[in-house]
Write a protein that binds this ligand. Structure first.
Ligand SMILES: [Zn+2]
Length: 285
């Protein structure tokens, strides 16, 4: 299995979990140059000019394609030509056509280089610099990175803001799970927008948090809540900090409750989640 294709287990160690989370950040910092196709995962490595097949063709169903999940690129070739199974639908047809028109294997080894440094070698310093530049470009930057933040809350919220959480909608598209329904309401597709906070379940949690923060209004959609809290969380005042903490804590606790339900079959009530958010705010106040 490719490093990029590993689904993070819920009981993984913290540090391994963080490394797996970081994949989404450092993903675009590598150049994959196809050689003999013996090292690259057919589905998960970004050998199509920086994108993997599942990224470039999200509608292709791995299960129906007859190319196994663990296949290497070389497994789909025969004597330097492509040897792909008969496509069952037009999505797969389109993907195969694209691959055959634009890529071919060669005699040399597959190569991976680090795109951030000019010489192609890896350094942690270059990752850090690149991340700093990315951070300063977005308006919601201060909503998550501020003195006194809770790193795990900020990190989860950051992934949500960049739409990089592995929601069920994405996992379903990638062929990892059979359906994309939200585990809280079992009605709609689980997207970032749905989870925060359109789902009737998280809507209730968020409504309580809003009231606790002194906003007596109904929850709005994700984009509007982000821009509302970006505005109302500006500055270093105590109240601005409480708002930012409240926002990030809510995203983290809802995501945590969602994982606990999916992986451990433990169901949290709206009140339990709200109480966790409230006590985390009171502890830091
Ligand atoms: Zn839902």
């Amino acid at each position: 299995m490719s490093f990029w294709g590993i689904v993070k287990p819920n009981n993984t160690s913290w540090s391994w979990g963080q490394i797996l989370n970081l994949r989404r950040v450092i993903y675009n910092m590598f150049n994959y140059k196809l050689g003999d196709g013996k090292s690259f995962s057919f589905w998960f490595d970004p050998w199509l000019d920086g994108k993997s097949i599942i990224e470039r063709f999200p509608n292709v169903c791995i299960k129906n394609s007859e190319v196994p999940k663990k296949a290497k690129v070389v497994d789909c070739t025969k004597e330097d030509n492509w040897n792909l199974p008969e496509p069952l639908d037009h999505y797969t047809q389109e993907a195969w056509d694209f691959i055959m028109a634009n890529y071919h294997t060669t005699d040399s080894n597959d190569r991976i280089s680090w795109s951030v440094n000019k010489n192609g070698s890896f350094s942690t310093n270059s990752v850090w610099k690149k991340l700093l530049i990315e951070r300063s470009k977005v308006s919601w930057n201060h909503l998550i990175w501020y003195a006194g933040n809770v790193p795990r809350y900020s990190f989860t919220t950051w992934l949500a803001l960049k739409n990089k959480l592995n929601t069920r909608e994405k996992l379903h598209k990638w062929g990892t799970i059979p359906d994309d329904k939200c585990c809280f309401c079992n009605q709609e597709s689980e997207t970032t927008r749905h989870l925060f906070f359109s789902c009737p379940f998280s809507y209730e949690v968020w409504k309580k948090v809003l009231a606790y923060l002194g906003f007596n209004r109904n929850p709005d959609n994700w984009n509007r809540e982000v821009s509302f809290f970006t505005r109302r969380g500006r500055g270093k005042s105590r109240i601005a900090k409480v708002r930012k903490n409240g926002f990030c804590a809510a995203v983290y606790q809802i995501w945590f409750a969602r994982n606990d339900l999916i992986f451990n079959k433990r169901r949290h009530s709206c009140d339990t989640i709200f109480n966790k958010i409230r006590s985390s705010l009171e502890m830091r106040n």
